[in-house]
Design a protein around this ligand. Sequence first.
Ligand code: GLP
Length: 244
Amino acid sequence: MKILRAKDYADMSRKAANIISAQVILKPDCVLGLATGSTPIGTYQQLIKWYEKGDLDFSQVSTYNLDEYRGLTHDDPQSYHYFMRENLFDHVNIDQANTHVPDGSNPDADAACAEYDTIVAAAGYPDLQLLGIGNNGHIGFNEPDDHFSKGTHCVDLTESTIQANSRLFDRIEDVPRQAYTMGTQTIMSARAILVIANGEAKAQAVHDMCYGPITPSCPASILQLHANCVVIADEAALALCPAE
Ligand code: GLP
């Protein structure tokens, strides 16, 4: 695991966008694993700027998102389908047919998750997987548990995640209680992983991910076992980590 120190959110976002750009330039038909949440928004904005300048071409790229709330339609403004269109897909020349997000609108969890596993496997898994991290160490929506998950599955969100994500909803009651998420094993199947984190609320999770024991009570800690994982975090998120 390589840890890169960023000065602030803008610096973290630029560094992350540089790594994603390099992937797209080196392999124009690459498979990207993408994430939602506040953390990657600056990274996506930087990629859009470089696309507008003519430096990036997404026409052959395909994408697979980590997760989606269960029960939201694709057009619901709180859905991750909507988030990805708003924050990236509608602003670059990606073929939307090549973008994939678990189908939260399918009430049949087993079918929705099995279908997603099939298409991610058929794509050969991401060349590069972008990840944020939850305050409790979750990745995708893989919450702390007594075992590491495997494929895409339906999860009950923890109270801490519901609280953290409620800032994006009008009322906490509106936050869906379940989500479909890629499993930990699927995430680990990506050939390269890029984790981004900013802000003091992430400091404990970032410490436990990078320096804690490898345990499903901090799902991100398994990334220590990945052969090609880069963490880019700002000073606040690295506050509990050794200076190195
Ligand atoms: C959600 C997403 C995660 C994301 C996490 C952190 O729970 N499912 O993929 O990493 O939130 O979000 P934020 O970046 O807003 O702190």
